[in-house]
Design a protein around this ligand. Structure first.
Ligand SMILES: Nc1nc2c(ncn2[C@@H]2O[C@H](COP(=O)(O)OP(=O)(O)OP(=O)(O)O)[C@@H](O)[C@H]2O)c(=O)[nH]1
Ligand SMILES: [Mg+2]
Length: 233
């Protein structure tokens, strides 16, 4: 899955990517400020998760637009300890809703390890745009709750694709898998091939010669059938 980590300047996006990937990430930065992106990969219950952290300076909008392309989910990072960043958070929230309408989002109420960090209720009062969003307290510094944030988001993303994913699992390895996918989802060839390509890129499955057949990665077959499993542990 492709997950974008966005939010205002200095809210902790880079540290969050670092925490999730256990340090196996790059950060293109100058003097501690991201100027292009953070990128890393994590393996969550057998599923490959590709993380892209965005730059938090307003002027890098074009880079955020490019990075956002095709994302399956959004971690929106806010700074719980700095009320002055709330107004910037609002601008960024509008921006991501414009780039990725309808894409599942979890708000990470970051920096909860700091003594004056605001609880979620207070953040909701100050940032009205959070209404209706899942907001979860966490700390990219200590790692507390970061795994929960990611798993919750993956669950929401998988639920959005659940009708397609359950068919992936059902027809994995079947001869004429593509045709069966088209028929049972009532979609055309182009769209079905589009789904296969999308999730081949995300390493959920492999498409075989001539596109007629596909095989889901063993480790995630049960996840595709039952997205709830991602919340386990
Ligand atoms: N105490 C504490 N500090 C944090 C936490 N997350 C980030 N920081 C600190 O906040 C500062 C900014 O963190 P970054 O991860 O660089 O933030 P960013 O959102 O990537 O910043 P830009 O890329 O410049 O927008 C750094 O000094 C981090 O160490 C946290 O959960 N707790
Ligand atoms: Mg950064």
């Amino acid at each position: 899955m492709k997950i974008i980590v966005t939010g205002p300047y200095e809210s902790g996006k880079s540290l969050m990517v670092h925490q999730i990937t256990d340090g196996a990430c790059i950060n293109i930065e100058r003097s501690g400020t991201t100027i292009a992106m953070d990128h890393g990969m994590a393996n969550i219950s057998g599923m490959s998760v590709f993380l892209f952290g965005t730059p938090g300076l307003l002027r890098f909008r074009t880079i955020r637009k490019i990075l956002s392309e095709g994302a399956d989910g959004i971690i929106f990072v806010v700074d719980s300890a700095d009320p002055e960043s709330d107004a910037r958070a609002k601008l960024f929230f509008r921006e991501i809703a414009f780039f990725l309408p309808g894409v599942p989002c979890v708000v990470a109420a970051n920096k909860q390890d700091i003594s004056n960090a605001r609880p979620v209720d207070e953040l909701r009062k100050n940032m009205r745009f959070l209404a209706g969003q899942a907001v979860m307290p966490c700390s990219a510094e200590t790692g507390k709750n970061v795994d929960r944030v990611l798993r919750t988001l993956l669950f929401l993303s998988m639920m959005q694709w659940s009708s397609v994913f359950s068919k992936f699992a059902e027809f994995s390895g079947a001869s004429n898998g593509l045709k069966k996918l088209m028929k049972s989802l009532n979609i055309g060839r182009e769209q079905a091939v589009g789904y296969l390509r999308r999730f081949e890129l995300r390493k959920l499955l492999e498409v075989q010669v001539g596109d007629e057949q596909f095989v889901v990665k063993d480790s995630i077959r049960s996840l595709l059938e039952n997205p709830n499993l991602i919340m386990g542990q």
